[in-house]
Design a protein around this ligand. Sequence first.
Ligand SMILES: [Fe+2]
Ligand SMILES: [Fe+2]
Length: 267
Amino acid sequence: MKTADMKHVPQSIGDTILQKMVRVAYHAFNFVTGYDHADPPTSAIGYRLIILESVAGVPGMLGGMFRHFRSLRQLERDHGFIFTLLEEAENERMHLIVCMSFFEAGPFTRFIVQAGQVGLTPFLAGLYLIRPQLLHRFVGYLEETAVHTYTNIVQMTNSPGTKLHTAWKDTPAPQAAIDYWQLPADAMWVDCLKRMLADESHHRDVNHAMASMSADEMFGEANPFIHEHKADYEAGVRRYTEAVLKRALADLDLQRTHTPDVLATKK
Ligand SMILES: [Fe+2]
Ligand SMILES: [Fe+2]
């Protein structure tokens, strides 16, 4: 939330056009969905999150796919970028799945989601084909608006007297979210919103960083975010090892024989 107001300043005409496109789409979307920043109703939020998260899962998969084919075609290493992009796509899809365990999607929402995918996928692929950095810059600006929205939703949910606070102050987190982010069993819905906010701010930073790379940095040097995947992997191994050891110690206790009798006597 501390970085919610951090915005990338366009460095070229391309950046300016992409930023304007995202801002126009953002304000049009606010108007259509009836999103009032000062006190948004829950009805506007379910609809909004389902549509936004279903679109947000597209660019990471496209970027990862294009890099994968490039690596095959050019007979060259990828230097670890594909993983970051596919992980972003999966993370966005999990945001959608978490939202779906909480909100209902009617026929109209489903139609908009499908039309959005049909319309936006060629546009996003086109940006990548013109220049990969354009796709990342577009995603960076899109994520700035996502950070803005989630910050507002979290603040409103934590502010007594608002519609969101009334509706969600006692709402527990869905099980899908507890499993995915390994939240405590008593986590609340607002904790999920905070996790989604943290994810979106990370996507914003990663995509703006990639958009600012030269072609050589993007295709010839190591992914600067690769250490995060290593740290995640090591933390996962540590958690798994701890769980196995705890289970083994518990089993040891179960197998122990407690009896005052002598089990075998000498004749
Ligand atoms: Fe998301
Ligand atoms: Fe995102």
